[in-house]
Design a protein around this ligand. Sequence first.
Ligand code: G3I
Length: 336
Amino acid sequence: MARTIQRWAAVLALGACLITWQAAPASAAPPLKDITSRYVGSAVPATALANEADYRTTLTREFDSVTPENEMKWASLEPNRGQYNWSAADSIVNYARQNGKSVRGHTLVWHNQYPGWLNNLSAGELRAAVQQHITTVMTRYQGKIRAWDVVNEVFNEDGTLRDSIFRQKLGDGYIADAFRWAKQADPGAKLYINDYNVEWQGAKSNAMYELVKSLRQQGVPVEGAGFQTHLSTQYGFPGGFQANLQRFADLGVDVAITEADVRIQLPADAAKLSKQADYFDQAWDACQAVGRCVEFTTWGFTDRHSWVPGTFPGEGAACLFDESLKPKPAYTRINP
Ligand code: G3I
């Protein structure tokens, strides 16, 4: 009898263990998207989303906003004049809609990744093409995109306007025109100016600040300022980041961290990963501390897919998750 009771007790104990084990979440921390009222996003390549189930699972669990990494750029959408390739961009928007995610549109007017045929247009033709591009793309996704990077990287480091094909042929007014056309195409989307190396207060961010101020004084619908936040542990963390976000917010616009990553000189080690964690955490906290900071988006969430090694040889490991999707110290620092 005693032995039978012992056996049943053992069976019950094992059952309780199994139930506890099954009920335990994969990670003790809640998903990033659940620990803040801000959107938490990532840049997403359509190919990874389509082909990698583990990538998709982590994205879906942790984030509530997506930014197509390349798929909405002009060269991707309209490589030949009048011939549109919507499928990759559509696939990301459809994923977002099916999974309750918000979308950041990136980007309408940029000096990079525009189609070669623009180079052959006269000023008048280019102006019409920019208006048509903005109207066509924003109308297609009307109501499905929360925020658009209408103009991207319009400044040089010294704060002068970049001499892009758009400025050369259309003059400085192309920026205001782009925002006005965008407003007409999708009045519900928040319209952003977006740039890098504007996280600290300096010539470039001062110029962006003055442009936003002046455009708004003229009634141009600039509604957000995006801070890309591509950082590197070999430089100091941008001083006064929070105060800088706040001064833009005080102009009456939303602010967003749109492309955060923190690259490391390879090979990564514990000290570098800890420094990276510190930078991510400071950027996260700066956004949390500013009422109008509405979004914290990273430029990719896994070291498996990151633009960094291709652009900065010898650097990498810039994301919150490693190549096998294991959270790195930076993730744990933000979300202990
Ligand atoms: O699609 C072609 C492929 O067909 C070809 O075989 C391959 C060979 O090089 O190139 C592929 O295109 C690459 C494309 O990414 C898609 O992977 C381009 O070469 C490459 O230059 C391009 O890089 C992108 C970069 O913007 C271009 O400037 C990065 O993926 C993308 O992460 C990066 O994103 C930018 C933001 O839009 C704006 N802010 C900075 C950020 C990082 O540079």
